[in-house]
Design a protein around this ligand. Structure first.
Ligand SMILES: NC(=O)C1=CN([C@@H]2O[C@H](COP(=O)(O)OP(=O)(O)OC[C@H]3O[C@@H](n4cnc5c(N)ncnc54)[C@H](O)[C@@H]3O)[C@@H](O)[C@H]2O)C=CC1
Ligand SMILES: O=C(CO)COP(=O)(O)O
Length: 329
């Protein structure tokens, strides 16, 4: 819709025939965006060949578990001048690769600099209503990032460039874990203090893992870090928040997923973060407790007790320099 508002012709590829017909005939997408009229510059098709015909840029927004499958379907129609943008927030299950790594592996004819990531606090339900939204676009090459910035930027959708593609992708993926925790916190009727604690300490563990994986720590105080963390931990639009809320109310993981009926990226990402924290030897207490809740049936209230009862430590662990030499006297 942002692209269509900017005067571009947009072709959506979907495997769902009914949805494609609804978009083309009624200009609506009622399952995902009820009561919204779509621009007639947006068309849809179930044929990838038709979707790719004459395109300059391809925006992939499949869930992370489907990224490789979708990329491999697009592959035969991709040429070296294509700009490939993704807005997916997660890691590839098992390989634990970032989405731009998966895309680069699939599209061997595309230069790395033609791949970009769009991320930041941007619930679709608000973007479609033109509510002011700010995001980042990252690529290994500033000129490529600026090309995508120019495609998307408008009066309600402000796009900043960011040079740290690793940090942007890691922030986008890991915030979903903390958002599950945010929903659980509300489901357990905890207050604003608990939410602030989750966001702040969640950011600390996101940054620790991110830096170990090659990210710039400053990215995590930007839109793809704290920005997206705040929006998903506090908004009922967030599927991750909603899933956490349902889990805290006693629903099993299966029951929660059934009730959601949409992707909840944080669940697979919790598994990925648990594995990455072991590989990089990084402490991620919140992610580890969520892993126990999701996959080992630990009750959320016991996870909170264990988090609060951990051995006492410094806020900045070993990284902050004391402001006085007396600190260690
Ligand atoms: N909804 C939002 O506000 C935002 C979502 N994202 C990210 O975008 C990605 C997609 O999220 P949503 O569209 O919200 O999820 P969704 O669950 O609302 O829709 C996902 C769509 O992808 C289709 N799909 C799933 N696997 C597929 C495959 N292998 N091949 C083809 N189609 C497939 C599904 O049928 C469904 O239509 C996620 O990584 C999410 O984190 C990023 C920013 C905002
Ligand atoms: O990433 C999002 C908004 O920035 C959407 O979050 P959810 O997947 O939790 O709905």
């Amino acid at each position: 819709s942002v692209l269509a508002d900017n005067g571009l012709e947009v072709m959506i590829w979907s495997r769902n025939q009914k949805q494609v017909e609804e978009i083309n005939l009624k200009h609506t997408n009622s399952k995902y965006l009820p009561n919204i009229s779509l621009s007639d510059r947006i068309k849809a098709t179930t044929s990838i060949e038709e979707a790719m015909n004459g395109t300059a840029a391809v925006i992939i927004v499949a869930p992370s578990s489907g990224m490789r499958e979708v990329a491999s379907k697009i592959k035969p129609y991709v040429h070296e001048d294509h700009l490939i943008v993704h807005a997916t927030k997660g890691f590839e299950p098992k390989s634990l690769k970032r989405m731009s790594q998966v895309i680069a592996e699939e599209f061997t004819t595309i230069e790395e600099e033609n791949i970009a990531v769009l991320s930041g606090p941007s619930h679709a339900e608000e973007v479609i209503n033109k509510s002011p939204t700010t995001v980042v676009i990252s690529s290994v090459n500033l000129k490529a990032a600026e090309k995508v910035q120019d495609l998307f930027i408008n009066s309600y959708f402000r796009v900043y460039t960011n040079p740290d593609i690793i940090g942007v992708e890691i922030g986008a993926a890991l915030k979903n874990i903390i958002a599950l925790g945010g929903g659980m916190s509300d489901g357990l009727s905890f207050g604003d203090n608990a939410k602030a604690a989750l966001i702040t300490r969640g950011l600390a563990e996101i940054a620790r893992l991110g830096v170990a994986m090659g990210a710039n720590p400053l990215t995590f105080i930007g839109l793809a870090g704290i920005g997206d963390l705040v929006v998903t931990c506090t908004s009922q639009h967030s599927r991750n928040w909603r899933a956490g809320y349902l889990l805290a109310q006693g629903n099993t993981l299966d029951e929660t997923l059934k009730k959601m009926g949409m992707v909840v990226e944080g669940i697979k990402t919790t598994q990925a973060a648990y594995e990455l924290s072991k590989i990089y030897d990084i402490k991620m207490p919140i992610a580890s407790e969520l892993y126990e809740v999701l996959f080992n049936k630990k009750e959320p209230k016991f996870a909170v007790e264990d988090l609060m009862g951990r051995v006492k430590t410094h806020e900045m662990e070993d990284i902050a320099k004391p402001s006085s030499k007396k600190w260690v006297e």
